[in-house]
Design a protein around this ligand. Structure first.
Ligand SMILES: [Zn+2]
Length: 230
């Protein structure tokens, strides 16, 4: 097959794909992410602390266009969105990474991996230009975090993770896609600490806006959120 005919085949596929696509942020047809929505993914970093006191930096608030794009990546298999979202993550991740730092994604449950075929935090880390190290694994299933308040979430995930490597004092940064209460990050930090790692901080693509859940009991609210471990 000639180069020209290969290119012709590819461009026809791309054209068909674009025709079928609609903007993840606003549903405008014809492209995966329109210019206006892309501008909404420009990082506006948030700094928080988890209930356990771990410092957390998030690139975006989990609302509006950012939340819709993340849901398309997590729920609809729209992996091309990992590139612009990974770029946003990189703005908070790259500044805290040193050459010897382990970049540890929060583990994905087997069910979620089977459903999606990819691990969202790992994909985002790669698209942020860094190398994820799959140190943590889930040792037991925890119930769906949605609908649970902050304290119930912490109890639900406690003891759910284990590190598969020895840290010997090495520095680690935890990475997750969406942080709601921070209970999952605290459990991940606990498991790393037990294995001898020093957890420097946690980094997330997005965090639910502060007043919604951080440090409060959210059981009375019915906000939409989805942490990555379900
Ligand atoms: Zn749009």
């Amino acid at each position: 097959m000639s180069t020209a005919s290969v290119l012709h085949g590819i461009s026809a596929e791309v054209a068909a794909f674009l025709l079928a696509a609609s903007c993840a942020g606003c549903d405008e047809p014809g492209q995966l992410l329109c210019t206006a929505c892309r501008a909404q993914l420009v990082p506006r970093p948030l700094r928080e602390r988890t209930p356990g006191g771990l410092e957390l930096r998030a690139a975006l608030a989990y609302e509006g266009v950012a939340a819709r794009c993340i849901r398309r990546l997590k729920g609809d298999g729209e992996t091309l969105l990992a590139r612009p979202l990974g770029a946003a993550l990189s703005s908070v991740l790259s500044p805290v990474v040193a050459p010897s730092t382990w970049i540890v994604p929060v583990p994905t449950s087997r069910g979620a991996f089977r459903r999606r075929g990819y691990r969202v935090p790992e994909l985002l880390i790669r698209r942020a230009g860094e190398c994820p190290q799959r140190v943590l694994s889930l040792v037991r299933r925890s119930a769906d975090q949605r609908g649970l308040g902050a304290r119930a979430r912490a109890q639900n995930v406690h003891g759910a993770m284990r590190a598969r490597a020895e840290g010997d004092g090495a520095e680690a940064i935890l990475v997750d896609d969406v942080v709601t209460t921070g209970a999952t990050l605290d459990e991940a930090a606990r498991a790393l600490h037990v294995a001898g790692f020093t957890v420097v901080c946690a980094v997330a693509l997005a965090a639910t806006p502060k007043r919604a859940v951080f440090g409060e009991d959210s059981s009375g609210t019915h906000r939409r959120h989805d942490e990555s471990h379900q």
